[in-house]
Design a protein around this ligand. Structure first.
Ligand SMILES: NC(=O)c1ccc[n+]([C@@H]2O[C@H](COP(=O)([O-])OP(=O)(O)OC[C@H]3O[C@@H](n4cnc5c(N)ncnc54)[C@H](O)[C@@H]3O)[C@@H](O)[C@H]2O)c1
Length: 255
């Protein structure tokens, strides 16, 4: 396994107690980063941090609801004060929501999915970017990686809110990238195919089989494969790809 160089970088991973977030945290810790997991509840955060502990080294944890502006801003302020800086943000918190044809869906579900997946990404980016922009002390000073989805590119029957939210996350990525391109901040997104995390467990076996059959590689993506890509995107080696949308869909993507 290659060791990426993230020595001393401070990284925040939202949704860090979940399957993909934990895998990203592990890879970043192995690469020398100081990692904070942000998620909704203490029990799952504590478990994730203990699972990821190597000797005395383990990620920090913070209870943050990404849809709550006050929670996001006060957490950003405390994190920046305690750690001295913030170098990397991974906007990973997300939910799938209802799996139904659009005419049967509940508008409250649609709003909730957009609120977490899109507005949450906006609120955390807005808050942490202010810290990054104030850190004018080195050429490559900020990395933001947004976890979108192949469903945002391709559309997917019975996932209107999810697919729309993830398409919007790609547009948001490009906007923030253009706004910060001269500031040494690199903003990218990844579009994974399905991985077998808690999110996949919310689907019926038939739905999972249908999704797998759409992946030319014939299998689900491993969370470690996503973590490798996200970690590389967070290094100084990824220096001229701002606004890039990085595919990790086993050949499913058609653009
Ligand atoms: N699993 C897949 O097939 C897949 C594929 C493509 C993209 N993704 C994306 O990857 C990301 C991680 O998903 P996962 O598969 O690890 O799912 P997961 O359910 O294991 O993890 C998601 C985490 O987000 C947290 N979260 C939800 N709402 C939150 C909020 N308001 N504030 C803070 N945290 C919140 C949850 O508590 C959970 O720990 C999501 O954005 C998801 O859309 C997943």
């Amino acid at each position: 396994m290659n060791r990426y160089d993230l020595d001393g970088r401070v990284a925040i991973i939202t949704g860090g107690a979940g399957g993909i977030g934990k895998a990203i945290a592990q890879r970043m810790l192995q690469s020398g980063a100081i990692v904070e997991l942000w998620d909704l509840d203490k029990a799952s955060l504590t478990k994730a941090a203990n699972d990821l502990a190597v000797g005395d080294t383990k990620p920090g944890i913070r209870i943050v609801d990404v849809t709550d502006q006050h929670s996001v801003e006060s957490s950003t302020e405390t994190c920046a004060r305690e750690r001295g800086r913030i170098d990397i943000l991974v906007n990973n918190a997300g939910v799938l929501g209802e799996v139904k044809p659009i005419h049967e869906t509940d508008p409250a579900n649609f709003r909730r999915v957009i609120d977490i997946n899109l507005t949450g990404t906006y609120l955390v980016t807005r808050s942490i970017l202010r810290v990054m922009l104030a850190q004018g002390d080195q050429p490559n000073r900020g990395r933001i990686v947004n976890i979108s989805s192949i469903q945002g590119k391709e559309g997917m029957p019975m996932a209107a809110a999810y697919a729309a939210s993830k398409a919007a996350v790609m547009a948001l990525t490009k906007v923030v990238a253009k706004e910060t391109a001269k500031n040494g901040i690199v903003v990218t997104a990844v579009t994974p195919a399905a991985a077998l995390t808690a999110m996949a467990a919310e689907m019926s076996p038939q739905r999972r089989d249908d999704i797998r059959s759409r992946i030319p590689a014939g299998r689900f993506v491993e969370v470690d494969e996503i973590a490798n890509l996200v970690t590389w995107l967070s290094t100084d080696d990824c220096s001229f790809s701002t606004g890039g949308i990085f595919d990790i869909s086993g050949g499913r993507a058609t653009y």
